[in-house]
Design a protein around this ligand. Structure first.
Ligand code: DX5
Ligand code: ZN
Length: 226
């Protein structure tokens, strides 16, 4: 069985102490660093660009999972890859030539992911599921941390899990938005393997013990998978 990966999202971290916060989350069992890239166009918020990814790359050996919430992703993919991204995901809704974009990511030796917003059906991915390394199901509308989990995401995760089995594909399933101790059991039982958590890790208290707690809840839920 695929182990669950906790991917702390630095969107909710204290950017003035980013390295320490990432280290604390890693000490608590975070194994992927989720980096939210927003351009103020595709989503109504702006965050960070390649220079911050470059700094993180020097600091940590953990995979850097760059979630591009931007228009014209092809333009920026080479820059993020050169800055040290290991995984790059693009939104279905933002990629006009999705097949080309996914191959562009792979040509930079990064894992390629595709992301769907809450209103985008899983069916729209049927032609690329054999190309992608992972599918990211947004369980909130992208743009901000600490929003409420949208329950319909569980059904979409289950659908992706079933398609993977039927078509004998290998993509991993990631979920992002409103992930916390109360939502983890349902998404893990449905088939999610990479759990992005921003507010639940960095929003309050100690990131180390917060990550530890999420990993514990997730591990318990894997035993209840049907
Ligand atoms: C939202 C981002 C998420 C965000 C999740 O657009 O893609 O990665 O950090 O935040 P929480 O875990 O606080 O819902
Ligand atoms: Zn994200």
């Amino acid at each position: 069985m695929t182990p669950i990966l906790i991917a702390p999202s630095i969107l909710s971290a204290d950017f003035a102490h980013l390295a320490e916060q990432v280290q604390a989350a890693a000490d608590g069992g975070g194994t992927v660093v989720h980096v939210d890239i927003m351009d103020g166009h595709f989503v109504p918020n702006m965050t960070i660009g390649p220079p911050v990814v470059k700094c993180l790359r020097k600091f940590t050996k953990l995979p850097l999972d760059c979630h591009l919430m931007i228009e014209n992703p092809d333009q920026m993919i080479p820059l993020f890859a050169e800055a040290g991204a290991d995984w790059i995901s693009v939104h279905r809704e933002a990629a006009v030539h999705l097949d080309r974009t996914l191959h562009l990511i792979k040509s930079h030796d990064c894992l390629a992911g595709v992301v769907i917003n809450p209103a985008t059906p899983v069916d729209t991915l049927s032609e690329v599921l054999d190309i992608v390394d992972y599918v990211l199901v947004m369980s909130v509308n992208p743009g901000f941390g600490a929003q409420a989990f949208i329950p319909n995401s569980v059904r979409k995760i289950r659908q992706l899990e079933e398609i993977r089995g039927t078509r004998r594909l290998n993509y991993r399933i990631e979920v992002d938005g409103g992930i916390a101790a109360d939502t983890i059991p349902d998404v893990v039982r449905a088939g999610a393997e990479i759990l992005v958590a921003g507010n639940a890790v960095f929003g309050h208290g100690d990131p180390r013990s917060n990550a530890q707690k999420l990993l514990k809840v997730a591990s318990a839920a894997t035993l209840q998978r049907v």
